[in-house]
Design a protein around this ligand. Structure first.
Ligand code: GYE
Length: 328
């Protein structure tokens, strides 16, 4: 009922504000659905599309949920606006996949004051007061980075007197997945005398940016041993640039390619000998979050951090059947 009055107020307000749009029109029969406002950060990658789909497939009306998805197009301001709308609409829960780590304290406090529990998924938020959210479901990004490094160490690439020249393609600056995958590489480079990051290029986790920055780089310098790319889509872009520059890559080529996510397309490229190693980042958060919500609604204590299960793949680990049966 409280929700109904607020919405009426919101509608009256909106009629006087040009351009104001309600993301959700309440229906009387919604009343027994558990309403979740989901602020998804964007649709920048195949990983993200699979992640959004996992949420949609999980939180269905048939199971008693209403999921309102808002795509922020990689802009934190859009996320803040969406979350404020969720608060006004008095949803039962808010789930946030945050763009970057900083800048969440205020909005999370607003949600807390409105008595709306919040779950953080995928990336993390950097806040002092951890009570501002119930749990953070995501990946152990530092561990992912360390798996990639361990693989690179095992290759024992002989570069003679030259250093091992690494091009580092970075995701959205300030996102947990970028910060920790970068940290793993930077730490390893400090520990290996002959490893050198010859360039750090910002690719914003997109294929278009990955292509652009790699293409520009290869105009000036084609002497590359390794590309450490913080997601598959940037890798796809980089591969296009390598093709155009006439460089060979993959297990039988000159440039070794390390990629994160292990989406279907990347695994196929790995099996086809175009990518050396795919470090998995599991985007299927829906079922894990659903279990946690169940526990929470039963009054059980839920863990503050939950990591998804992940693995690492090289050509030898893969079969066509395995790739074909993968959902993303
Ligand atoms: O690796 C990338 C996406 O934060 C884990 O974001 C996520 C990353 C993922 O754009 O593809």
């Amino acid at each position: 009922m409280r929700r109904y009055f607020k919405l009426l107020l919101l509608i009256l307000l909106c009629t006087s504000l040009a351009g104001c749009r309600l993301s959700r029109v309440p229906k009387e029969e919604d009343n027994n659905l558990f309403v979740i406002g989901f602020s998804q950060l964007g649709s920048e990658s195949d990983w993200r599309i699979a992640n959004t789909q996992s949420m949609i497939d999980t939180f269905t009306n048939a199971k008693g949920y209403e999921l309102i998805v808002e795509n922020a197009l990689q802009q934190q301001d859009n996320q803040l606006a969406a979350i404020r709308r969720f608060i006004l609409e008095e949803v039962d829960m808010i789930i946030i996949a945050p763009t970057t780590e900083e800048g969440w304290e205020l909005i999370l406090t607003e949600a807390q004051e409105a008595d709306i529990p919040v779950i953080i998924m995928d990336r993390s938020v950097s806040v002092w007061n951890k009570d501002l959210y119930l749990t953070n479901v995501g990946s152990n990004f530092l561990h992912e980075g360390k798996l990639a490094i361990q693989w690179l160490e095992e290759q024992k690439i002989d570069t003679g007197d030259e250093p091992l020249k690494i091009v580092h393609l970075q995701g959205t600056y300030g996102a947990t997945s970028q910060l920790l995958r970068s940290r793993a590489l930077e730490t390893a480079v400090n520990e290996h005398e002959n490893w050198e990051i010859i360039s750090q290029l910002g690719g914003d986790f997109t294929e278009a940016r990955g292509y652009e920055v790699m293409q520009q780089f290869l105009y000036k310098n084609k002497d590359v041993d390794v590309i450490y790319s913080e997601n598959d889509n940037m890798t796809f872009g980089a591969i296009r640039a390598l093709d155009e520059a006439g460089l060979t890559y993959g297990p039988d080529g000159k440039v070794k390619i390390i990629t994160f996510d292990a989406t279907k397309k990347a695994l196929q490229l790995c099996l086809d000998g175009k990518i050396d190693v795919c470090v998995e980042c599991n985007p299927m958060h829906g079922p894990t979050i659903e279990k946690l919500i169940d526990q929470y609604r039963k009054g059980e204590v839920i863990p503050k951090t939950v990591y998804m299960e992940e693995s690492i793949y090289t050509r030898e680990d893969l079969t066509q059947d395995f790739i074909d049966s993968r959902g993303y």
